[in-house]
Design a protein around this ligand. Structure first.
Ligand SMILES: [Zn+2]
Length: 306
């Protein structure tokens, strides 16, 4: 295009510059001026690394008719459509290399402090809990997405340090998720002990300011724990003899104490038990765990619809 010349041409050029400035300003307002953009920047750094940034402005309550469960009867086989699940693969691959960072005190959600994180346990052959948790969470994420859910993870890979347990606990609400599921395996020294258990916060987290929401979240956490136990049993896993109904109630886990959403922490098995270690170190075994966790969430959403 030939540049405009002469007096009229200069005016056209000035007008074009003005229009361009207005357009840039308008686009900047669109990109940075909206509440959603600020919401995104307030989310944790980990959330920002997660594919699919927080997007829903007001997460529906799974217990409310018309919430995410409303889609469960929709044709097409996506019973989790509308649900955002925060998955927390326990520990991290480089935690053992950063003892000072991992051992630093962070809020425990009960007025005290707790170590940022730990290196986790492992099988006797050296297969680490962080790798197991990461792989099961990744497989669970794929299953959940196939069922229509959106999934956000507390860590982007199995190579880093942290995040700390207080960040993991607050992650669901920070990321706009409806529910938090933390994935771990246990390391009881007595190698004859085997079996899974599901942990819920008891008493319920105190961070939720609204008493009604606090009670509702506690009831939903209990319901989710029961659904997880049933799904794991249905998949052929046995509950730990330490907790005959499969549910452990604890006040000392910051991951659960700081959750303002329904939350459970899964100890999927005993890594020092040879039989369970064999299942955990196999692709097929980890897929079976992942499918059971996804089935537990499907049952929980279906239960909320009744
Ligand atoms: Zn763990």
């Amino acid at each position: 295009m030939t540049p405009p010349t002469g007096r009229a041409g200069r005016w056209v050029a000035v007008l074009a510059v003005l229009l361009a400035g207005l357009t840039v300003g308008w686009l900047s307002w669109l990109a940075f001026g909206s509440g959603d953009a600020r919401l995104g920047s307030s989310a944790s750094p980990t959330a920002a690394l997660t594919p699919g940034a927080p997007g829903r402005s007001s997460p529906p309550d799974p217990a409310v008719p018309g919430g995410p469960s409303a889609a469960s009867t929709a044709p097409g086989g996506t019973p989790l459509a509308g649900l955002t699940v925060a998955l927390d693969p326990g520990h991290n691959g480089a935690n053992a290399t950063a003892p000072r960072q991992v051992g630093a005190p962070v809020p425990d959600g009960r007025g005290g402090t707790k170590a940022c994180n730990t290196a986790g346990t492992s099988t006797d052959d050296g297969y680490p809990e962080h790798a197991f948790a990461w792989d099961v969470a990744a497989r669970t994420a794929a299953s959940l997405e196939a069922l229509g859910a959106r999934v956000v993870l507390t860590r982007p890979d199995d190579e880093g340090v942290g995040p700390c347990v207080d960040v993991r606990g607050a992650f669901a609400q920070e990321a706009g998720a409806d529910v938090l599921v933390s994935v771990h395996a246990n390391g009881t020294e007595d190698r004859s002990v085997r079996g899974f258990f599901v942990i819920v916060a008891d008493p319920p987290p105190v961070v939720e300011q609204d008493p009604a929401a606090r009670e509702a979240n506690a009831a939903e956490s209990d319901a989710l724990a029961g659904d997880m136990v049933e799904a794991l049993v249905a998949a052929g896993f046995a509950p730990s003899p330490l907790f005959p109904d499969g549910v452990s109630r604890r006040a000392d886990l910051a991951t659960l104490n700081l959750a303002e959403r329904p939350a459970v922490l899964l100890e999927l098995g005993e890594m020092r038990n040879a039989e369970e270690a064999a299942v955990m170190t196999s692709d097929e075994g980890r897929q079976r765990y992942a499918d059971a966790v996804a089935a537990g969430l499907v049952a929980w959403v279906a239960g909320a619809a009744r």
